[in-house]
Design a protein around this ligand. Structure first.
Ligand code: ZN
Length: 139
């Protein structure tokens, strides 16, 4: 597993939170992207070498809507960059982690992604992501 790729924060309103985080970081978000399959709208901020992803639910069944209902707004997941997501999925399954998407999905920001269930990672939702370009593969 490589560096932390980004930290995901669940918010009720991307619009309001974009203003808040722009004040905090002194710089506006650089991208907004909707991932319809996940029922989320995301926006991305750069802070030096790091990235922060804000996530807003676009429908009541979205995992983000459920998260906010249970826990309120706040840190939702930590994403780690990997070079080969399929071999990491296999390795982590063999280690006993519960992988939520055994076949990685297309996530925001041109990535293939999967998640590890927080029940097997001390309550932290972990995202693995791999740049789609790295593989020269388009989905
Ligand atoms: Zn993420």
């Amino acid at each position: 597993m490589n560096k932390i790729e980004h930290i995901g924060i669940a918010v009720k309103s991307i619009e309001k939170s974009n203003t808040l985080f722009a004040s905090l970081f002194g710089e506006a978000h650089y991208k907004i992207e909707e991932v319809a399959s996940e029922g989320v709208k995301t926006s991305f901020f750069k802070t030096g070498p790091n990235k922060i992803e804000l996530l807003e639910a676009t429908n009541p069944d979205s995992p983000i809507a459920k998260f906010i209902e249970k826990k309120g707004e706040g840190i939702h997941h930590i994403a780690f960059a990997v070079d080969d997501i399929e071999s990491e999925i296999k390795r982590l399954k063999d280690e006993g982690f519960t992988v939520l998407n055994e076949i990685p999905k297309k996530g925001a920001d041109n990535k293939l992604v999967t998640f590890l269930h927080p029940k097997t990672t001390n309550g932290v939702l972990i995202e693995l992501c791999q740049d789609i370009k790295v593989r020269g593969r388009e989905i």
